[in-house]
Structure formats: C-alpha cells, structure tokens
Write a protein that binds this ligand. Structure first.
Ligand code: SF4
Ligand code: SF4
Length: 334
C-alpha cells in the first residue's frame, strides 16, 4: 500500500510557457514570448521556499523552455540548498558557459529532449534548424561539468524507427539514461495526432526492440512497467495554479498555489484527492506493487474515456482494442 501523504514530497513547476522552438507536439502550445500572467522569478523563489518549508525535497523544472526564463539561475540557486533540482530542456543556448553556471547554481540533474537520432528528424519536429545540434551539444556540455543527464524522447511515428540509433547516440554523448515517453493528446499534439501517434502494439514493439548500449539505462512511461505516479504528484503551472501533474494541465485547476499553501490544496481539494486515492474501475495484477496506484495514468484514462476512474488505454491489459492512433471526439474538439 502507498503511504498516506499529507503534503507532496516532490513538485514539478512549469516556470514559463515561452520557448524558442515550435514542436509539432508541444503540450503547452508555446510561443516565443511568455504568456500574460506568468509568475516572475521572485514569485517563484518565494513560492518554492514556502514549498521547501512544507517538506518538498525535490523540484523538477520544465516549461516551455526553462532556460529562457529570466532569473532561472536565481531560482535554481534559491532552491538547490534545500531541494534536489532537476531541469528539462531542449538545450537551447546550453553551451559550456551556461552548463558551468547551472552546475554552480546547484542543478542536480538535467533532462534533455531529443526528437530523433539526426538533424532531419529532430529539426522537422521542433521546426527550428540547428536544434538537434543544440540538444546534442547540451548533453556533452552538461556531462562535462558533472551534471548527470537523462535524454528524453517522446515516442512518435517519427522517433520510433530511430530509437536504437538514439540510444547509441546519447550513450556516446554521455547521457546515463534514455527516457522513452508516451505522447499525450494535449496542446499542439491534439491537432497533429494522426501524423504523430502510434498504435499501442507499435509502441510496445518499438520499445521492446531497443538494445541499450552498456552503461545506458532505459526508462519508459507505460503502465505497469512505470507505475502510476498520481498518488504523490504535485505540479504548478506557469501562472501559479496547482494542477497536480503537468499531464493534467488541460483538465484540472485545483487552486492558486501563490495564495493557498500547496499542502492545503493537496489535502483539501476533493478532485485532487480522488485522483490520487480514489477507486478505479479496472486494474492489472502489477498494480498491487508498493507505490503503485492501480489503473494506470489518470491523464490518458480521462482523455479516452472522460472518466477519472477509467482504465488507462496505454496499458496492454487495459486497452481493450482501443486504437490509440485515433483520438476520441471530445479530445479532437476540446
Ligand atoms: S521544446 Fe518543449 S516547450 Fe518548446 S516548443 Fe518544444 S515541446 Fe514546447
Ligand atoms: S496523470 Fe499520469 S503522469 Fe500524471 S501523475 Fe497521474 S499517473 Fe503520473
């Protein structure tokens, strides 16, 4: 059984929804400029100090592109003495100088996105020439200053045939793990779904075919191999709203984390509690494992079935013939 948590141990923060890239799948529908109402660096520092005082021991920064957030290094410096810090980036501008500054600011781990094993595939996804080179150089620069790096790839039609080449590439660049992530029907990914999405069988076959080179770990976000993380999840979007998980960003709003302590929202919001602890209609055997909440990911369960208690169609045993290449009408319209 999971321990009952009264406040979250870890938090994800989307510090900005600005980004210089134009990924076809971007869940935050990012543009170059920040959106109106985003918290500034001082507001983030105040909020994250409060979270640290409430017992949060890890903060994971994402975006948008966190490296274009004004004051990002100040935010890191403020967090790193009391919390493990992780940062997800496409490596924009991440040269040796910036890598050194990130190390000096106390960054604990970096996660660098790649969309393919070569510039043609990657740059076609990001819409920006040279972005593949940037991601690769970022992995090298971070590794050189001693920051451990996970490379991340979202499993799409374009990335699947290149998974093995990506594993070989990132191992050579110095990454310690390759995280293979599922595609979620949010933001621009909804519009481009038919050009990006694979069936569940295609996804499973692509992952099973990867033979990681020595020293490279493989992570993957399919239940039950990767356990449901809702039971402990906490996230705040760029506007200071508590949303539980970045993959719930289009479905929930649990309140203003700048006005109400996150722990109060965590305990007090009935929908949030139901997502973490509520019953699910169906589950698979592995879900009894410690720290696993049954039924798979709540985000994709809701996206396909419109019910928070529904089974996750990205789980082989719970898929029941759903073709993940086709979105349900509510997601196509919504
Ligand atoms: S790099 Fe990330 S934030 Fe930027 S456009 Fe791509 S998916 Fe969106
Ligand atoms: S919605 Fe999915 S990815 Fe997000 S915390 Fe829940 S299980 Fe994890």
């Amino acid at each position: 059984m999971n321990p009952v948590l009264h406040s979250p141990p870890k938090i994800t923060v989307g510090v900005t929804e600005a980004c210089p890239l134009r990924c076809r799948h971007c869940y935050a529908d990012c543009e170059n400029a920040p959106k109106a109402g985003e918290l500034d660096a001082q507001q983030w520092i105040a909020l994250l100090r409060e979270l640290s005082d409430q017992g949060v021991i890890q903060v994971y920064f994402e975006g948008g592109e966190p490296l274009v957030k004004p004051g990002m290094l100040d935010i890191l410096r403020a967090c790193s003495p009391t919390m493990m810090t992780k940062l997800r980036t496409h490596g924009w501008g991440l040269d040796d100088t910036l890598a050194k500054a990130l190390a000096d600011a106390g960054l604990g781990r970096a996660l660098v996105d790649l969309a393919g094993a070569n510039a043609a595939t990657h740059d076609a996804e990001t819409g920006v020439a040279g972005s593949f080179q940037q991601s690769c150089e970022a992995i090298v620069a971070l590794t050189r200053v001693g920051i451990p790096v996970d490379a991340l790839v979202i499993l799409t039609q374009q990335a699947a045939p290149e998974l093995q080449a990506m594993a070989d590439l990132v191992a050579g660049l110095g990454a310690t793990r390759l995280g293979i992530l599922r595609l979620y029907p949010m933001g621009r990914a909804r519009q481009a779904w038919s050009e990006l999405a694979l069936s569940l069988d295609e996804q499973m076959a692509a992952i099973a075919a990867v033979r990681p080179p020595a020293g490279l770990g493989i992570m993957q976000s399919w239940h039950p191999k990767d356990r449901n993380c809702c039971w402990q999840a906490a996230a705040i979007n760029a506007f200071g709203r508590a949303i539980g998980c970045m993959y719930l960003r289009e479905y929930v709003d649990f309140g203003d984390a700048t006005k109400t302590p996150y722990g109060e929202i965590f305990r007090g919001n009935a929908q949030y509690r139901a997502l973490r602890e509520g019953p699910v209609e169906e589950s698979c055997g592995d879900c009894t494992a410690p720290q696993g909440r049954p039924g798979g990911c709540r985000s994709t369960a809701y996206a396909w079935h419109g019910r928070w208690s529904a089974p996750d169609p990205f789980d082989l045993t719970l898929n029941h013939g759903i073709d993940l290449r086709t979105l349900p009408p509510a997601r196509l319209d919504g």
